[in-house]
Design a protein around this ligand. Sequence first.
Ligand SMILES: [Zn+2]
Length: 391
Amino acid sequence: MSDTVEGGRRTVRFRNDTPIMHFFSIQSAAYAVTRDRWRDVDLAVYYHPTHAYNVDRMVTAMKGSLDYFTERFSPFQFKQLRILEFPAYRSFAQSFANTIPYSEGIGFVATYDEPDKIDLVTYVTAHEVGHQWWGHQIIGAGMQGMTLLVETLAQYSALMVMEQMYGPHQIRKFLKFELDNYLRSRGGELIEELPLERVEDQQYIHYQKGSVAMCLLKDVLGAEAVNRALRGLLSEYAFKAAPYPTSRDLIRHLRAQANPEQQALITDLFERITLYDAKVTSAVKTHRSDGQWDVVVDVDARKLYADGEGRKTDATLDEPFDVGVFTAEPGRRGFDDSDVVLFERRPIRSGAQQLRVTVSVEPTFVGIDPYNKRIDRNSEDNVRGVDLSGI
Ligand SMILES: [Zn+2]
């Protein structure tokens, strides 16, 4: 608005186009700047002049995020969006109104020489841009479940951008990383593990469990239904003062978009601590005289509910699971869409059971929930190599 120097002191006044939270960040440095545009929004990345390595990747992620979120959620509320590097004294990025301070140590100096590496720069950028909606357009009530509305929805937003950029068959890499982190961390919980709807500021729940839960929800309800629920939440609460939304309001909007058979999944994902234990115990292929391959897959599956101290009780499992047949191992180096021979949903129940499929290409791996969309106590044994029969 104004920029004046008086008595050796520079005074700059800013005014935003839309209401913002009383929450802002100031950086000052001898920056290099990369500028770009997305529609009528000015994009900028401010960085240390020798740290240009991933700036283009960040700009691409900003554009991909704005594309997805404005089309599916609601319009972007500002005319500018900026990322600003800060030194690696701390390793985080944080979203303020149209401004994202971003540590040198979390993306600016990362290298992407190995093709296997998770694209954390895109993931983090999309997550932070997502907060312009989740945390800035809507602000959760200061109570249990608040970070479900902020962090879990930013994780979901980031996963959707990753899926758009890398395709649905690359999602295991990200989900397995999140799931393994959740499983490791819940073992170290000192007080009480809470379900997502009552999460305190517990990072392993609102980030890691949140990602996996939202991904399965999106798979079962469809992205359209989940995004309709999020639009409903935004239209009810965006830019409004108290009463602020709670996790119950999000769950109410999700339930409104789910059919009667899908309600139990919402209960399991948000209101309970639900764990699965699905594994492939053996997989055998036989070459048929017509050139096709019969594959017999032995599966063992369980579903459990846990309480806050980790005590588990068995639950009856009877749900459709993803089943995949592949010519390479999902989530590993070189795995791509051409390695997916068959991918479909099959009903899975508690205990041992056998699945049979016939495919036209010789398979090398099979999996039950092969991309780790469920909170499974062991993310490794869902996928197994296929043996040749008679050996
Ligand atoms: Zn966040």
